[in-house]
Design a protein around this ligand. Structure first.
Ligand code: G6P
Ligand code: MG
Length: 215
């Protein structure tokens, strides 16, 4: 049965996916091209360097590594400015309610995010105390759909992957959870996230009972 919940951050607990999109779009535009919201789905859950690589390939640009590092830093500085004023009130609907219910029922909670800004966001939104383990882009370098970020979470929580449920808004994240032999709940578009065990619009549709019913 259920022992732990592993949460992606951007687009699941906080409304930051839109800021990643805006900052990448600004970068692409500064390089003379654009990309669609549909293409952006492929960037969700993907690390900063991998995202840049994909975007440059969409623009047909071949850029030396040194310059790529500068572009990635530039995008990050824009993104960090966008999230600087993020507060508890900016959490996505249902997030706090679900975390509270899980905690009071002794379900373990971990973060499984590719972001290197995860700690900053958790602190600003006062979510840090909810987590028994934090796995972010500073700890794991393999990008989703590699399951490493979630497997590390299960290991730190000392639970089996098969007793975990992963909450994800990214196609790559759902795939990572499945490769890790975990249950997964998709947050967002049913068509995009069709491989998940369950897909909902947001966390207001999820309570402990819904999660336990997956087992
Ligand atoms: C998450 C987001 C991605 C983002 C990645 C790295 O997975 O879904 O859009 O690119 O984290 O985030 P970072 O804050 O380190 O640039
Ligand atoms: Mg996400």
């Amino acid at each position: 049965g259920l022992e732990a919940c592993l949460f992606d951050l951007d687009g699941v607990l906080v409304d930051t996916a839109k800021y990643h999109f805006l900052a990448w779009k600004k970068l692409a535009n500064s390089l003379g091209f654009d990309f669609s919201e549909q293409q952006n789905e492929q960037l969700k859950g993907i690390s900063r360097v991998e995202s840049l690589r994909k975007i440059l390939s969409w623009g047909g640009l071949d850029i030396p590594q040194q310059r790529q590092n500068e572009l990635a830093s530039l995008k990050n500085s824009w993104y960090v400015d966008m999230i600087a004023n993020m507060r508890h009130e900016d959490l996505l609907p249902g997030a706090v309610e679900l975390l509270n219910e899980l905690r009071s029922n002794h379900v373990k909670i971990a973060l499984g995010s590719a972001s290197k800004n995860a700690k900053l966001i958790l602190d600003n939104t006062r979510l840090t105390p909810y987590f028994d383990a934090l796995v972010d882009g500073n700890i794991v370098s393999q990008s989703k759909p590699d399951p490493a970020v979630f497997l590390k979470g299960a290991e730190l929580l000392q639970v089996l992957p098969s007793a975990c449920v992963v909450f994800e808004d990214a196609v790559a994240g759902v795939e990572a959870a499945l490769r890790g032999n975990m249950k997964t709940i998709g947050i967002g578009d049913q068509r995009e996230l069709a491989k998940a065990h369950l897909v909902v619009d947001d966390l207001t549709h999820i309570d402990l009972k819904t999660i336990q019913n997956l087992f």
